[in-house]
Design a protein around this ligand. Structure first.
Ligand SMILES: Cc1cc2nc3c(=O)[nH]c(=O)nc-3n(C[C@H](O)[C@H](O)[C@H](O)COP(=O)(O)OP(=O)(O)OC[C@H]3O[C@@H](n4cnc5c(N)ncnc54)[C@H](O)[C@@H]3O)c2cc1C
Length: 432
């Protein structure tokens, strides 16, 4: 590593850190990007759907590059409400998703993070892998650098904590303690190899196109969470994600949960004949805006998962990480121009986040998960009700339709119209 002090040290070469490093290095700042993994992405897990617009703002038209680390552009997104032997699927398929800046791509993080870090290097950042940061260095109450696990110290005008959900840096800076098990979800996934033609047939896709499915209802085993299946070029990613506290309460391991998901008759069909290539698991910050640490201090900024920035109701995390990393980078560029790295100057980052979708969306969805948690009916009663109603609607069983309607109303009445209205009201925030 260089002996000279840096303008900025970015800890963590995930979407947040690499975005910040690219933005600052492009502006001519002296930047070090430190990553504990043997290479960027080595330790990272994501579903993974990557939203294009946020990356396009940093690497314009990245998907057109010959080595773009994208799997398939997504043309269809489905939500499935499951019971043990049925599901209702609500999907939206559109070729509009491919126009202009495609909405999103499936990716494989190991490939993506390596490619992205190379962009940071090409922009002029110094990228160091296999470096674990253990602490911040403070002088007169200000953060002035970092200390690695080898005891090396590195100095900078600003340190950016982009070290993910467990953020050792945010903890060492005194911004937060260990996360509670109710503030994180545990996501586990398998990548299952399948022939591209089989993927396209099973998911009704044209060659090269991709699809996503999120699964709720019986597949979550009564826990707050979801299952997912995403199509890659030559594999599908199949996963589950539930609150860690729920796994602890239920005493079930995510790997066993994944096996149960794989045994659902319709999922089984989608992955049949596939070969599991890898299994991985990772925490997802899901405490929402109320678990967010302070975002700025003298010489210090926090972005991405380290700052709890995710929007699980919309399957968003990596895009919030990229946008927050970019905004943090832009704030440091302005601070350097003024020669002021104080908390007051760096707090411009918070203003930028407030003006962006990041904090607006997190505020909007702040009570959504809590509402679902408070109404366990969403985990069992409603999925079953929806499938029962659909079954009646699509059955010609010799009963007059009028009797179907009576039966349907009786099922709904069991819960009470008022209670249903109260249960459903908070979900409007997940609908737009
Ligand atoms: C199962 C699962 C599915 C998901 N699916 C989606 C999805 O489909 N779409 C979506 O947008 N988001 C998804 N997410 C969320 C998304 O992965 C995160 O929000 C995103 O990765 C956050 O980026 P980040 O850069 O803040 O953190 P990370 O990606 O976690 O990167 C942090 C980096 O810091 C490094 N690091 C950590 N500690 C240190 C240290 N002490 N010293 C040096 N380096 C360190 C890590 O090795 C890592 O490279 C999913 C997450 C999981 C677990």
């Amino acid at each position: 590593m260089s002996e000279d002090a840096y303008d900025a040290i970015v800890v963590g070469a995930g979407p947040a850190g690499t975005s910040a490093a690219i933005v600052m290095a492009k502006a001519g700042l002296k930047v070090a990007l430190l990553e504990r993994g043997e290479y960027p992405g080595a330790k990272n897990v994501q579903g993974a759907v990557l939203y294009s617009r946020m990356l396009h703002e940093i690497v314009p038209e990245f998907w057109k590059e010959p080595d773009a680390p994208v799997e398939r552009p997504v043309v269809e997104q489905k939500t499935c409400i499951t019971t043990e032997d049925s599901w209702i699927t609500v999907g939206y398929k559109s070729l509009k998703f491919l126009e202009g800046v495609p909405n999103c791509f499936t990716i494989i993080r190991v490939k993506f993070d390596r490619w992205y870090a190379q962009k940071a290097e090409a922009a002029g950042a110094e990228v160091f892998t296999g470096v674990t940061v253990r602490d911040v260095v403070k002088k007169d109450g200000k953060i002035v650098g970092i200390k690695t696990s080898d005891g090396d110290e590195l100095m900078a005008s600003v340190v950016l904590a982009c070290d993910g959900v467990n953020s050792i840096l945010a903890q060492k800076a005194g911004f937060r303690g260990e996360l509670k098990s109710s503030e994180v979800a545990l996501g586990a996934k398998e990548v299952i190899a399948l022939d591209p033609k089989i993927i396209e047939d099973r998911f009704a896709l044209n060659p090269g196109e991709g699809a996503t499915m999120e699964l709720f209802g019986s597949v979550t085993l009564g826990m707050l969470g979801y299952g997912f299946i995403y199509t890659n070029k030559e594999s599908v990613s199949l996963g589950v994600g539930c609150k860690l506290s729920e796994y602890q309460k239920k005493g079930i391991r995510p790997s066993d949960h994944l096996e149960i998901l794989k045994s659902h008759p319709f999922i089984k069909k989608l992955i049949s004949g596939g070969k599991t290539l890898e299994y991985s698991a990772h925490l997802i910050p899901e405490g929402g805006i109320r678990s967010m640490p302070p975002l700025a201090a003298d010489g210090f900024l926090v972005a991405g998962d380290a700052a709890q920035m995710t929007n699980p109701a919309f399957r968003e995390g990596s895009n919030l990480a990229m946008t927050s990393g970019k905004l943090a980078g832009e704030t440091v560029i302005e601070a350097k121009a003024k020669g002021d790295f104080s908390k007051a100057a760096l707090s411009a980052y918070v203003d930028k986040l407030q003006k962006s979708y990041v904090l607006k969306d997190m505020e909007e969805t702040m009570y959504l998960e809590e509402s679902v948690e408070k109404s366990p009916g969403f985990l069992d009663f409603y999925p079953k009700l929806a499938c029962d109603l659909a079954h009646m609607r699509f059955s010609a069983d010799g009963q007059p339709k009028k009797d179907h309607l009576k039966k349907a109303l009786a099922l709904v009445r069991k819960r009470g119209f008022l209670r249903i209205a109260r249960d459903l009201w908070p979900l409007r925030k997940a609908a737009v």
